[in-house]
Write a protein that binds this ligand. Structure first.
Ligand code: GDP
Length: 364
């Protein structure tokens, strides 16, 4: 399963946010949450479409899709040199597919800041620097290896060119994700290093209650600092999220949010963003037994998408019957869609789109 890791300096609100994610009552009572390990949570992806399909199909069961979130505590200055169990935590980050970087943007004299002042821009730089130093180690190692091979190996010589440029880039305090390189070269020379700063990132500004809609001076400074990164940024109040997370009634939660000028909880926004930066999409199966959301990577063809349900579906794939979500809403059932000519029969070259309602035909 794909995994996103929560990182940030101590005392910025990571655990509070992780607990809010873990406790979040999903949209319906039958949406389960479970904790695999104390710091790993499987979190359901909120999806209004699933609720609409449930109303129309009235299935016995609704199964949402999920992402895994890991709370990676303990990152401090010097981590790349092994300080504060640093290496272990950096290893945990390496295992994730995306990074949720929490930054403290709230003033509260009762909560100690590790450096004694609130400055999310420099906090971000501290974490970035540790990750960049670790990446520099990886790049240096590979450069060494390639230098030995470059005399006889043409590929190694080409790799050296790319790697030396990447090294310069990292040394300037930039992240590998902003390094300009062709897709080909990236796949050939960079991907095998599993760099930390190449992973997609969401910056989560942990703000006080008054700043969740319009931000504050700290979030403005941060936005200015990351404006060239093309990264997602979210304003969330971890403390408020932890209050919302334990509210039983959906109506109560909605009222509470609207009181603060929000439509959606920070937790829901964060999960959706995570899904987006991981380049994931959802298709549905909608039978009376079960209405279910399935996760695919964008760009998957119908047989691969079928393989997410079961490898036999991929191997024996014959065709897929596809209804677009909006057509299903309009005609309200598979039979009515079929009658209206809104059920398309697609072959193995069909590119599955987000929201497709799929029915696979296969040989066993
Ligand atoms: P972590 O070390 O990053 O995991 O930080 P924690 O989640 O343990 O939070 C550190 C302290 O900050 C705790 O005392 C929290 O109650 C407090 N805290 C977390 N989020 C907020 C917030 O949004 N506002 C305020 N005022 N305090 C917060």
């Amino acid at each position: 399963a794909l995994q996103a890791g929560i990182v940030g300096l101590p005392n910025v609100g990571k655990s509070t946010l992780f607990n809010a994610l873990s406790n979040a009552k999903a949209q319906a009572a039958n949406f389960p949450f479970c904790t695999i390990e104390p710091n790993v949570g499987v979190i359901t992806v909120p999806d209004e479409r699933l609720i609409a399909l449930e109303k129309l199909v009235k299935p016995n069961k609704v199964v949402p899709t999920t992402v895994e979130i890991v709370d990676i505590a303990g990152l401090v200055k010097g981590a790349s040199k092994g300080e504060g169990l640093g290496n272990q935590f950096l290893g945990n980050i390496r295992a994730t597919d995306a990074i949720i970087h929490v930054l403290r943007c709230f003033d509260d004299d009762n909560v100690i800041h590790v450096d004694g002042r609130i400055n999310p821009v420099s906090d971000k730089e501290i974490i970035d620097t540790e990750l960049q130093l670790k990446d520099l180690d990886s790049v240096d190692k590979k450069i060494n290896k390639c230098e030995k091979m470059a005399k006889t190996d043409k590929d190694a010589a080409a790799a050296l060119d790319v790697l030396r440029n990447l090294k310069k880039h990292l040394e300037q305090g930039k992240n590998a994700r902003s390094f300009e390189v062709s897709k080909e070269d990236k796949e050939k020379f960079i991907n095998d290093m599993f760099l930390l700063t190449v992973k997609p990132v969401i910056y989560v500004c942990n703000v006080d209650e008054k700043s969740v809609v319009n931000g504050n001076k700290h979030t403005e400074a941060l936005m200015e600092a990351i404006k060239d990164e093309n990264a997602e940024i979210l304003l969330v109040s971890a403390e408020i999220e932890s209050e919302i997370a334990v509210m039983e009634s959906f109506e109560d939660r909605q009222l509470f949010l609207e009181d603060m000028g929000l439509h959606e909880s920070g937790v829901a926004r964060l999960i959706k963003s995570t899904y987006r930066i991981l380049n994931l999409a959802t298709y549905f199966t909608a039978g009376v037994q079960e209405v279910r959301a399935w996760t695919i990577t964008k760009g998957m063809l119908a047989p691969q998408a079928a393989g997410v349900i079961h490898t036999d579906f991929e191997k024996g794939f014959i065709r897929a019957e596809v209804i677009k979500y909006l057509d299903f809403l309009k005609y309200e059932s598979e039979a009515a869609c079929r009658e209206a000519g809104k059920l398309a029969v697609q072959g193995k070259d069909y590119l599955v789109e987000d929201g497709d309602i799929m029915h696979f035909r296969f040989n066993v």
